[in-house]
Design a protein around this ligand. Structure first.
Ligand code: PLP
Length: 438
């Protein structure tokens, strides 16, 4: 890989002067200019290659520059690049049909957006119009996006800078045994107590006023937390009891990340609305959307849907989604995610628990893992920020690019990662952990 310091310097200079970077104080960061990528690797302008265990923002499930996918986008661009939602269009029709086919039975219509946040905005709009109710219950330890409604749903610090946010959103605690709000000691206790707490929250808010409960099927950026057995089924039953819509946010956990097309496939629960984005086309062109239950879709047979976007079902975006799904199916990429997780990545990461005192918990599935770093295994006090940073830097210096969220290292490589690359990534993290102690 040829180094190109002149080009790198110009990108840094222009970016510093003109690009406002998300979430951070601009003077506090100095992002790496990224030059290119292929498969599970990307490289910079200094001639360095990195094994990408972030999949960018957990979205490049198919890996960088998949030749069949870039070709499909080029073909679509040669046909027609953009068509308003008020027309029917072939790519949009094909993508909607392909996505609906992956969803549980009785969910056959798709509304397209440009990303996950807009997907959640439209899902709560659909639930509100369909039920005629306005409250939405969302979990603490969740991220649902950064537009007005989606950030209101978000149950963590990223919401604080946007408050006061939209009215009608109430937060509750979801299950998380490692940091239980319910003093539970087993997964079963955690599941039961989290369900009792949710029931009490619904009752205290007035079940007849609650339009929807929204959950990430597997909590993503707040810690990779799969739901304990019985939890999703219990939430579904509670929703049914009160006519509440269940929205599952599959933006991060969908399309192979959890080793299945939708993460909800693991638990066999049919929600009323599924929100997707990211892995649907691996972000090659911005795309998100909502899959509607036939009951909710029927509401909008009779009355107008009160929402829309210039780019709802954008031709390049939907062409890339239809192609990505086809490629993922033909190349068994979802199966690969499950197999690498089960045979290599999961066992390798779990092994770190026995090897490093600062590893407090390892959890996840398929290509979706969190390694939680602690100062003390007994108290579970999070490892200090400077030490987490030292682990991150030790990874980067070895050529591994991990996703650090708070005191956790999220290990979320592209779903196309090979067993060998997974081993290599775990080995680099292992060495990095050995350099840092509590
Ligand atoms: N929902 C979840 C679970 C996410 O992880 C994200 C993004 O990280 C979003 C929604 C928001 O998606 P977007 O950034 O495409 O708006």
């Amino acid at each position: 890989l040829p180094a190109d310091p002149v080009r790198e310097a110009r990108i840094r200079e222009l970016s510093r002067a003109h690009v406002l970077t998300s979430w951070v104080a601009q003077k506090a960061v100095d992002p790496l200019p990224l030059a290119g990528g292929e498969g599970s690797w990307f490289w910079d302008y200094q001639g360095r290659r990195f094994l990408d265990f972030t999949s960018q923002l957990v979205n490049v499930n198919i890996g960088y520059q998949h030749p069949r996918l870039t070709e499909a986008i080029q073909e679509a661009a040669a046909r027609i690049t953009t068509v308003a939602p008020s027309f029917y269009e072939e790519s949009r029709a094909e993508a909607a049909a392909a996505i609906a086919e992956l969803a549980p039975a009785g969910m056959s219509k798709v509304f397209f957006t440009n990303g996950g946040a807009e997907g959640n905005e439209n899902a709560i709009r659909m639930a509100r119009v369909h039920t005629g109710r306005h409250k939405v219950l969302a979990a603490y330890r969740s991220y649902h996006g950064a537009t007005a409604g989606a950030i209101a749903l978000t149950g963590e610090a990223r919401r604080w800078g946007s408050e006061p946010s939209i009215p009608g959103v109430v937060h509750f605690w979801g299950p998380h045994l490692y940091r239980s709000e319910f003093h539970a000691t087993t997964e079963q206790e955690e599941s039961e107590r989290a369900l009792a707490h949710l029931r009490h929250t619904v009752e205290a808010e007035g079940p007849h006023l609650v339009a929807a409960i929204i959950l990430e099927t597997v909590v993503g950026s707040n810690g990779v937390i799969p739901p304990p057995a019985g939890y999703l089924e219990g939430v579904r039953a509670l929703c049914d009891e009160h006519g509440i819509m269940l929205i599952l946010d599959e933006v991060m956990c969908g399309f192979g990340r959890a080793g299945t097309w939708f993460a909800l496939d693991h638990w066999g629960v049919r929600p009323d609305l599924i929100v997707f984005a990211k892995g649907v086309n691996s972000g090659y062109v911005p795309l998100g959307g909502v899959v509607l239950s036939d009951e909710i879709a029927a509401t909008f047979d009779e009355r107008p849907y009160p929402g829309g976007l210039t780019y709802s079902g954008h031709a390049l975006a939907t062409a890339s989604a239809a192609a990505a799904i086809r490629i993922m199916r033909e190349e068994r990429i979802v199966e690969n995610s499950a197999e690498v997780g089960e045979r290599t990545l999961g066992p390798g990461l779990r092994d770190l628990l026995g090897r490093h005192e600062i590893v407090g918990d390892v959890r996840g599935l398929a290509t979706f893992w969190a390694v939680e770093l602690v100062a003390d295994r007994q108290t579970r006090e999070p490892l200090a920020a400077d030490k987490v940073k030292a682990v991150q830097q030790a990874c980067v210096s070895r050529g591994l690019w991990p996703l650090v969220m708070g005191n956790r290292v999220h290990m979320v490589p592209p779903c196309v990662i090979t067993h060998e690359e997974a081993k290599e990534g775990v080995a680099m993290l292992d060495e990095a952990l050995a350099e840092v102690s509590a």
